[in-house]
Design a protein around this ligand. Structure first.
Ligand SMILES: Cc1cc2nc3c(=O)[nH]c(=O)nc-3n(C[C@H](O)[C@H](O)[C@H](O)COP(=O)(O)O)c2cc1C
Ligand code: SF4
Length: 439
């Protein structure tokens, strides 16, 4: 793992493996400025030929770090097939997930790796426009607007980079919402297909990559696929940034090799044990709760997490403290997710508010007997029916909560609760948000 201070977030240094680690986060004490970056990594390794870098990315096995772990070379190939000069490349730093701080930390500590990766991705697909889509409140903290003219002075960027500010909303980073916002519209998901790699920003083929993915790309361009594969697992190579919310309340951003045991990343000693009602949240608010004992036996890898019903997502891991109620936490998150829906489709308009209301009842003493049936009926009704994945992600989160916190549900049915402390644990922005916040 590795360390910093970015906003409220602290990242740690603790070696996990060899091969030059940490990779993305600079060595402790080194600044984020351009001279330090050039001293560490040298200039942008342009290829002069798109095919070369795409082949290297394919050999490296890089997957997206924005949540879906989609193979990067496949998107590069799809966008590179567009008519020359048509494509747009966008680095996604919307970081709408309230429990995630890894993109913020990366832009704070290693902005030039991201900007190098944006240029290399643009070259690889023959793009004529490069955009960085950044959550609006990260502007001042990351000094991105200072760095761009500095890079120009060094002649580093072949394409000028535009910054487009993203509203701080859960859905603003979804790629069709991003394409709408960068095209001058509201940051709400659009009905797909067409997918953005076919018709995205201003109707042009658009490559959207998370900013961490771009930073890995910049390193692969310099050090090659073999180096990239020297950490991680054969099927899931490399490292990823994780936001670690410990039961103690501390929040760190850490870089970890894929395949690192979750128990190395999170201190699980302050979480309730077997037979109790402890839980570890994996993959954020569209992710899943796992029983603490099961989490302790797993590693940070989708190959291990998927059979358990979870996935690494954008690397959010949270260990619920022993004195909090998992149902109350889940009800707060469900309410937040319901309020964050764009309200365009039936499942979000009526289904998510009903789910949130039923979860709120379950979080109270003596919930009505029919609440569990209602929840399972509503979940079945919204699943697979939205224009985007928001209803599905919300249902995944909800179902895992009902499973892991089953013992807590029984306590609530008896009018009891295991939680000694009422203080909220998982971060949920103040709301409700209004329609005016979409742009
Ligand atoms: C509801 C929702 C929210 C999303 N928010 C973000 C986000 O904030 N940042 C991000 O990089 N990707 C986000 N994504 C994923 C993007 O749609 C897209 O897949 C990603 O930016 C592609 O980059 P990657 O392949 O490098 O991960 C979100 C997806 C969904 C369904
Ligand atoms: S499913 Fe929900 S969040 Fe997604 S586009 Fe439809 S209304 Fe919006």
């Amino acid at each position: 793992m590795s360390a910093v201070t970015a906003g409220a977030t602290r990242a740690r240094q603790a070696p996990v493996g060899g091969g030059g680690f940490p990779r993305l986060l600079p060595p402790a004490g080194q600044g984020a400025d351009l001279r330090a970056h050039l001293g560490l990594h040298g200039p942008v390794p342009y290829r002069g030929d798109a095919g070369a870098l795409i082949g290297e990315v394919r050999a490296a096995g890089l997957t997206g770090r924005g949540g879906a772990a989609f193979p990067v070379h496949r998107k590069l190939e799809a966008v590179a097939a567009a008519r020359p000069g048509r494509a747009v490349v966008v680095g996604n730093a919307a970081e709408g997930e309230p429990a995630s701080h890894k993109d913020e930390a990366l832009l704070f500590l290693a902005p030039h790796l991201v900007l190098d990766g944006l240029q290399l991705a643009a070259e690889a697909v023959g793009a004529s426009r490069a955009v960085l889509y950044v959550r609006e409140d990260l502007g001042a903290r990351t000094r991105l607007t200072d760095y761009l003219p500095e890079r120009d002075a060094y002649g580093l960027d072949r394409l000028p980079v535009e910054i487009v500010w993203a509203p701080h909303r859960f859905l603003a980073g979804e790629e069709s919402a991003l394409a709408s916002r960068v095209s001058g519209g509201p940051a709400v998901p659009q009905y797909t297909p067409p997918r953005v790699f076919e018709r995205g920003v201003d109707g042009r083929p658009t490559l959207v990559q998370n900013v961490e993915t771009l930073a890995h790309l910049a390193l692969i361009g310099r050090y090659g696929p073999g180096w990239f594969r020297s950490l991680g697992t054969p099927d899931e190579p490399g490292t990823m940034l994780c936001t670690l919310r410990q039961a103690s309340g501390s929040v760190d951003v850490a870089e970890a090799a894929i395949g690192t045991p979750l128990a190395t990343l999170l201190d699980l000693s302050a979480v309730k044990g077997d037979g109790e009602v402890g839980g570890v949240l994996v993959g954020g608010y569209h992710g899943s709760w796992l029983p603490a004992a099961q989490a302790a036996s797993l590693t940070l890898s989708n190959a291990q997490l998927r059979p358990a019903g979870a996935f690494a997502g954008a690397g959010v891991l949270a260990a619920l403290p022993a004195d909090r109620c998992g149902l109350r936490e889940s009800a707060r998150v469900a309410r937040y997710l319901a309020l964050e829906s764009a309200g365009q489709c039936g499942p979000c308009r009526s289904g998510l508010p009903s789910i949130a209301a039923a979860m709120a009842e379950l979080a109270c003493p003596h919930p009505h007997q029919r609440v569990l049936d209602d929840l399972s009926r509503w979940a079945g009704l919204v699943e697979g029916r939205g224009a985007c994945h928001h209803p599905d992600g919300t249902v995944r989160f909800l179902r895992s909560a009902l499973g892991v916190f089953g013992p807590e549900i029984r306590l609530h049915q008896q009018g009891r609760c295991s939680a000694a402390a009422g203080r909220p644990f998982l971060p949920v922005p103040a709301g409700p948000a209004t329609e005016a916040d979409w742009s």
